[in-house]
Write a protein that binds this ligand. Structure first.
Ligand code: ZN
Length: 148
């Protein structure tokens, strides 16, 4: 059981950082986590979605969540997004206006990345064969714009 399963939603409001590992129960996180700045989710078999109400979220790490497929909506404050080993994850097509770092590894179903990430400064794509056969590691806005 992770912290989300253990605590009531109103007890979670104050949290700025949450780590959730090895929970097979969690599907989403409560949408009242308005102070949350960073979330790290790993090896959660049924985890599916991030709610759009996370108005302060800056960093999201998602690893080994086989049911995580898409972001349902926009996260206006998101700056860093790391997705690895999410075998059904398909698209980064939502508009995250402040995103500067995007890391995608071993997402075997990835087919699309939005072309409008104007602040993106780091883009790494490894082993996402449906999107690109090459491994990509780009560190300038110019190179990223040219690539996307
Ligand atoms: Zn849990």
């Amino acid at each position: 059981m992770c912290i989300i399963c253990q605590k009531k939603p109103e007890e979670l409001i104050k949290y700025k950082n949450i780590e959730i590992y090895n929970c097979n129960k969690i599907i989403s996180i409560p949408n009242n986590l308005i102070n949350l700045v960073q979330i790290d989710i790993g090896n959660c078999k049924n985890f599916k979605t991030i709610p759009c109400e996370l108005v302060n979220i800056g960093s999201i790490y998602i690893n080994k969540c086989p049911e995580f497929i898409n972001f349902p909506t926009n996260l206006q404050s998101l700056q860093q997004l790391f997705i690895s080993n999410c075998v059904k994850f398909k698209r980064v097509i939502n508009y995250f206006p402040l995103l500067h770092t995007l890391i995608l590894e071993n997402c075997f179903c990835l087919i699309d990345i939005d072309k409008s990430f104007v602040f993106l400064e780091t883009l790494m794509i490894e082993n996402c064969p449906l999107y690109t056969r090459k491994n990509i590691y780009l560190k300038t806005i110019q190179d990223i714009t040219n690539f996307l």
